[in-house]
Design a protein around this ligand. Sequence first.
Ligand code: PHE
Length: 332
Amino acid sequence: MIDELEALAASAEQRLMAATDLDGVAALDAELLGKKSQLSAAKKKLGTLEPEERKAAGRAVNEIRQAIEAGISAARQRLSAAARQIQYDAERLDLSERLGEIRRGSLHLNTQARDRLEDVFVSMGYTIAEGPEVETAWYNFEALNIPEWHPARGSFDTIFVDLGEPEEVMLRSHTSPVQIRTMENTEPPIYIVAPGRTFRTDTADATHLPAFNQIEGLVVDRGITLGDLAGTIEEFVHAFFGGEVKTRLRPSYFPFTEPSAEFDISRPDGSWLELGGCGVVHPNVLANCGIDPEEWQGFAFGFGIDRLAVMRYELDDIRELVNNDVRFLRQF
Ligand code: PHE
């Protein structure tokens, strides 16, 4: 019996070493150690043996069981490590192929223009303010001295949002609502600029985008006059474009400023480009925000950042800014 068991142990060891997958090992496990295995049969037979023989045979059965168990667990370990390696090899990504293609990105033209504008105004002592892109009629119109019946509402080509009362919620059609939000919760003196996205029902063409960017400026202090406004615009244009560019103010009308003006900058060919609107803050607007117009005065301006980028980088078409043509964007 001991000879038989030793032969079994030798053949088990060989078969386990030859196993090529985990299923094979599981089958061997059942065959070698299960209820119907030669080993189990030998164990049952122990009771029929003479005491002397039984002792030796019993020890052999136990030793061989342990040896087979160790062989099975070694085979499992070997094959699962191998299986893992095969899986790794199959799933490996060869990233070396892309090494030749690394390119640096750059900031979008609009972002560059906005950053420069912010730098210019921050160096003049302004801070940056922000407001939401979805506004209510109060902030976009009413507090800015544009009541519901006012014809100026129509000129803003507003995109309304289907929420609440009709024409009550909208995508802001200018950054001027940030004036109101700032004055509502800041004590004068106030010196802020507010860059941000604005929206109108315009169809995109060479000089218009339905979603565009404006920068609003607001100053509220004592004894502010139109002269301060003109000087500030000139100062900023020189800082942004350099010495050769001239500015001019033309009388205009906005319900939230009085007097109001549009301001232009000179092109290299001597013609003028309209950049934005400005004026002395209307007393009603100050009062709407709880600021006493007898004590405080202010000026405000608002102009298009996209237009400024078009001018500064000499683009032919404002739509280039949103076409996302990487060949175009890479030039800047
Ligand atoms: N909000 C005005 C517009 O979009 C511009 C403006 C801003 C005019 C501030 C005067 C003062 O047309």
